[in-house]
Write a protein that binds this ligand. Structure first.
Ligand code: GLA
Length: 387
C-alpha cells in the first residue's frame, strides 16, 4: 500500500514552504504495472497495463524570467537551469524528464517561460514501475496548463515519449506514457500501440490482488539491451517485409509465419520474432480471460509470457526468474511474470489475498531482504488537482 498518501493539500503546503508562494498548478500521474504484452509496444502490438495506485505529484508556478527551479522532495535537491539551456552533462538524470517536456513544449511554440516546481512521489523509483513516465506525464500536464496550450491525450503521450528519447536517451515505446494518461481505476487498458485504439477491461479481482515484488536490482546492461532488442525486431521486420511488402512491423506477422521460416532465419531474430508474435496473441487472449473473470487462464498466459521473455526474448535475469519461481510455487498465486523492460525491476503476480503473507515470507526467506512487496490496485490516470 502507498504510505501516508500524498494529496493536494499537503503538496500545496510543501510547495509554499519550499518556494515561499502558492502553487499555481498541481498535477499528478501514476506509474504502471504491465499485466501482459511485454516488448510489444515498439512492435506496434498490444499491451495490457494497469496504472499503479501510487503517483508522482508536481506543483508549480510560472516565473517572470527564464529560470527553472525544480526541487525533489525525496532527494532533498534543488536544481536550477534556464528553460532554454538545459545541460545533460551538468544535471542529474531525473531532471531530464522535466527539462525535456519543457523544451519540447517550447519547441512546439508554447508560451512557457521559467517556473518553480516541486516533485513528490510514492511510485518506487528505478524499480520498473515507470516512475519516469509518471514524472514526464505529471510535468507535462502541469506545464501545458501553465503555458495555456491545448494538446490532446495522444499528443501529450507522444511529447512525453519524445522527451524520454531525446533527453533521457531511452528509445521506449508508448505503453508507459499511455497508461499513465489514460488509466481508469479498477480496469486494465488494452491498448493497440499502432492505432492507439484502446478498451478498458474491468478487473473484478474479488479475492485476488495484484502484487508487485521489486527485485531490488537493476542491471547496468538494461538500457543497451533494450536498444539491441529494438534493432533485432527491426531486422526481423525487414526479413518478413522482403517476403511481403505489407509488413511494416512485427505486428503484421503471425507466429505460424515465423515458424515456417525457422530453418532459414537467423536463430536470434527467430527467437525474438517468436516472442513478439506470440505475446501479441497472449495479450489478446489474456484481455478476454480477465474480462470473463477467468483468472486461471489469465495466470497461465502470464506464466507463458514469462517463459518466452526468459528463453526467447532473453530479457529476464536470475533474480526475476527466482522471484517468479517462488511466486508460482506458492499456493494461492494464480500467475506471475516479470513486468517492464527486464534485467531487474519487478515481477507482477495475481495472488489470493490469503496468500500474500505466505508469499512475502517465502520471498524474504528464499530470495532475501532486498526484495520489496508492493501491493497496488489499478489506479486512475493523470489529473490536474489544482489550477
Ligand atoms: C519499458 C519501456 C516500454 C516497454 C517495456 C517493455 O518499460 O519503457 O515502452 O517497451 O519496457 O514492454
Amino acid at each position: 500500500m502507498a504510505d501516508a498518501a500524498i494529496d493536494r493539500e499537503s503538496t500545496a503546503r510543501r510547495f509554499a514552504e519550499r518556494f515561499g508562494r502558492a502553487a499555481g498548478v498541481i498535477a499528478r500521474a501514476p506509474g504502471r504495472v504491465n499485466l501482459i504484452g511485454e516488448h510489444t509496444d515498439y512492435n506496434e502490438g498490444l499491451v495490457l497495463p494497469i496504472a499503479t495506485e501510487q503517483s508522482t505529484w508536481v506543483a508549480c508556478v510560472a516565473r517572470p524570467d527564464l529560470s527553472v527551479r525544480v526541487a525533489s522532495e525525496a532527494l532533498d535537491e534543488l536544481h536550477t537551469w534556464r528553460v532554454d539551456d538545459w545541460r545533460r552533462e551538468t544535471s542529474p538524470h531525473w531532471t531530464s524528464y522535466v527539462a525535456g517536456v519543457a523544451a519540447l513544449l517550447r519547441a512546439r511554440g508554447a508560451r512557457l517561460g521559467g517556473f518553480e516546481m516541486l516533485v513528490r512521489s510514492d511510485v518506487p523509483v528505478g524499480g520498473g514501475l515507470s516512475s519516469s513516465a509518471a514524472l514526464e506525464v505529471a510535468s507535462a500536464k502541469a506545464l501545458i496548463l501553465l503555458s495555456g496550450e491545448a494538446l490532446d491525450t495522444r499528443e501529450v503521450a507522444d511529447l512525453c515519449r519524445q522527451a524520454e528519447h531525446q533527453f533521457a536517451g531511452v528509445p521506449c515505446g508508448i505503453m508507459d506514457q499511455s497508461i499513465s494518461l489514460l488509466a481508469q481505476a479498477d480496469t486494465a487498458l488494452l491498448l493497440d500501440c499502432r492505432t492507439r485504439v484502446h478498451a478498458y477491461i474491468p478487473l473484478q479481482l474479488g479475492e485476488l490482488a495484484v502484487v508487485v515484488v521489486d527485485s531490488g536490482v537493476r542491471h547496468e546492461l538494461a538500457a543497451g539491451e533494450y536498444a539491441r532488442r529494438l534493432a533485432q525486431c527491426r531486422a526481423a521486420t525487414e526479413y518478413f517485409r522482403k517476403l511481403d511488402p505489407r509488413v511494416s512491423a512485427l505486428r503484421d506477422v503471425s507466429p505460424a509465419t515465423v515458424r515456417a521460416h525457422a530453418s532459414q532465419m537467423d536463430p536470434t531474430l527467430l527467437a525474438r520474432a517468436l516472442h513478439v508474435t506470440m505475446e501479441n496473441q497472449r495479450t489478446a487472449e489474456a484481455a478476454d480471460a480477465f474480462a470473463r473473470g477467468d483468472f486461471t487462464a489469465a495466470g497461465r498466459l502470464m506464466a507463458d509470457s514469462h517463459r518466452s521473455l526468459r528463453d526467447d526474448y532473453e530479457v529476464s535475469c536470475r533474480e526475476l526468474d527466482a522471484l517468479v519461481r517462488i511466486a508460482s510455487t506458492t499456493p494461492g498465486v494464480i500467475g506471475a511474470r516479470m513486468t517492464g523492460g527486464g534485467f531487474g525491476g519487478c515481477i507482477v503476480a495475481l495472488v489470493r489475498r490469503d496468500a500474500i503473507e505466505p508469499l512475502a515470507e517465502r520471498v524474504a526467506r528464499e530470495y532475501g531482504e532486498r526484495a520489496r512487496l508492493v501491493r497496488t490496485r489499478p489506479g486512475r490516470g493523470a489529473s490536474i488537482e489544482h489550477g
